[in-house]
Design a binder for this molecule. Structure first.
Ligand SMILES: Cc1cc2nc3c(=O)[nH]c(=O)nc-3n(C[C@H](O)[C@H](O)[C@H](O)COP(=O)(O)O)c2cc1C
Length: 218
């Protein structure tokens, strides 16, 4: 297609100021398989196995396991009300789970039970200050959206966001314990740096991150 000179210049300026628009289109949304609600360890056995681990193998998680994990984290468990596996004050549901994989950054779309493409970039290294985070197959980033909490001070919003993230993170811990996965929740994060890379809005705050993978064999 031939462009006239002004149109070509306009296109060039558009491409320069929004280089990620083109890239994001390359990263496809991913529909997750229906979560498997059968199987897994008995709750008391999962609690007995729950632990933090920082020793991961490089083995990837299957899409089924990733989908099951995200559903366990904060998926819809009561379709009639749309309510979730993790509790949320006033049902504010203000925590978004970003999914950092080698192939790119996604957002867990709870309603569609799918991964929405966000960034065609491997951001795992920026999700924490510890060496292992860049090589773990999956780094979750828990991001609070303060605009979804309609009252209170920023301190209140931080407080509730930390609590909400704690419930989600513990769901992930228990799923990992049940599934034989290694995991650790992490607060050691350069929050400004990752917020910039992820292009978060000012009312979005990174609360914690959590690494997940199969345990490294001794
Ligand atoms: C809010 C929170 C933040 C944490 N931040 C980190 C972290 O940045 N890096 C890390 O390696 N572990 C982190 N941990 C994991 C703790 O070190 C771990 O839970 C603690 O040592 C107890 O071990 P356990 O989880 O195996 O019982 C964090 C845990 C919590 C609850």
């Amino acid at each position: 297609m031939r462009r006239t000179a002004p149109a070509a210049i306009a296109f060039l300026i558009f491409a320069l100021i929004s280089p990620d628009l083109g890239r994001a289109a390359e990263l496809q949304d991913i529909k997750l398989p229906q979560p498997r609600l059968e199987g897994g360890k008995l709750l008391m056995q999962a609690l007995a196995a729950r632990a933090s681990s920082r020793e991961f193998s490089s083995a990837e998680l299957s899409l089924q396991v990733l989908g099951d994990l995200l559903w366990a984290a904060d998926g819809i468990n009561r379709p009639e009300s749309g309510k979730r596996t993790a509790p949320s004050a006033v049902n504010w549901q203000n925590i978004d789970i970003y999914v950092a994989l080698k192939g790119g950054l996604y957002l867990y779309d709870v309603k569609a039970h799918s991964l929405k493409s966000v960034l065609d970039q491997d951001v795992r290294a920026a999700t924490g200050k510890q060496e292992f985070v860049k090589d773990v197959p999956l780094d979750l980033v828990y991001v609070a959206d303060f605009s979804k909490i309609n009252r209170g001070t920023d301190e209140d919003k931080n407080f509730y966001s930390a609590a909400h993230t704690g419930f989600i993170s513990q769901n992930v811990y228990l799923f990992c314990a049940s599934e034989g996965l290694a995991t650790v929740v992490r607060g050691l994060i350069d929050r400004e740096a990752i917020a910039e890379i992820m292009k978060l809005r000012p009312e979005q705050k990174v609360i914690f991150a959590q690494s997940v993978g199969y345990p490294r064999k001794p």
